[in-house]
Design a protein around this ligand. Sequence first.
Ligand code: ZN
Ligand code: ZN
Length: 450
Amino acid sequence: MEKLESYYTLPDCLNRTFSCSCGKIHRAELKAAVIGKNVLEKLPVWLHKNNYRKVYLVCDRVTVDIAGKKAQAYMEDAGIDVQLQVITHAAYDEMTVGELLIHMSRDRDVVIGVGTGSINDMCRYFSYKCDKPYGIVATAAPMDGFASGISALTVDNLKTTFAVRAPELIVGDTEILKNAPCAMNSAGLGDLIGKFTCLCDWKLSHRITGEYYCGSITDMVSKCSKNVLDHAGRVKERDPKVLGHIMEGLVFTGVAMSMVGNSRPASGCEHHISHYWETIFEQRGDRPAPHGHQVGVGTILILKLTEELLRMERIDFENARKAAKLYDPEVWKKEIRRAYGPAAQGVIKIEEEAQKNETGRRLKRIDYMEKHWKELTELLRELPSSGRIIELMTEMEAPCLPGQIGVDADLLRDTLVYCKEIRARYTILQMLWDLELLRPLTERLVEEIF
Ligand SMILES: [Zn+2]
Ligand SMILES: [Zn+2]
């Protein structure tokens, strides 16, 4: 079997299986990604090649006009039977799954979604449950979820992720992408910038908890985000070539997720911040900011917390041990019920299974950190500065601070202290909590920002 090399790019990885020095066999499930000018025309070619004749084409009220009808026309001209379904429910939850199921005729042999984040998540989940192949026509590139094998839906009021299946095809027509609102393109950049903190989380976890880690995939993903950072100035001009690069970077991150088998290469504490905001905004009946903007703001917050940590002259490991021994799961549950409202039960269940806050494990991690503190801070120092990211996002007219996306001081405080509980994953925030520094550094940051 061929060995995965860290200099590989997206086309090198598609529909292939690799051995790897991390010990895992990596398989990129995505069979095809067509990114470029006017590539929507090629959709029927791919369908014919795979013998798909009856398409369930899923759009929402907006994407149907952006690309849905155009895709339908290309397919029908090529003799393909298209059933168009326009989603009417606004929330991507149990209701929408039901809506898609009720209307689909039983003879469909492929599902094609038209849109971005939520539509892609929903169609991927739906097609997996119906055991049908799936492809997505992107109308914008605001996030990296295109190629992942994971779907996030709202179930019982809580944003929940499901292991499903990666799509077989991704169409990224730059003539469509360039007409996407500027905010969507800057959101895509925000999501890519989040890779800096998420990859740092993975490295930290590998050292501190012994979690599985792949250096080649980490290198490949971080190269994409650095690459796109270098071209960031031209996104504003909607240069289709640069948009193609961004799309490719976002698709590649998703491919990396499917190669690893979870979202580790794409999602860390900056995403937990975003998941928490989404959960709370949904409970309040408010519309949250686009995913990539939340991740961009979340990344800046994590970078600022990290900078605070690195400014500290001395870490009081003894104090951390004392706090670990005083930890009371009942008190913690009470705080979670307040911070998560109706979503608390799911969060409590996550911790009951993961036991990441449990005293014995925390003490072990504190011991490790005390012994290896210098090399751990070196990892943190590899992160870009918050100032550089703020400058970039400002230039893109994207939000940088919580207040710009409807997050006030109280919500920010709860976010930084409790969002880590939304997943059983070791991150910089869990590290700060372990060290008993999460609250004091959060207070300092909230004061600085508000
Ligand atoms: Zn993301
Ligand atoms: Zn590997």
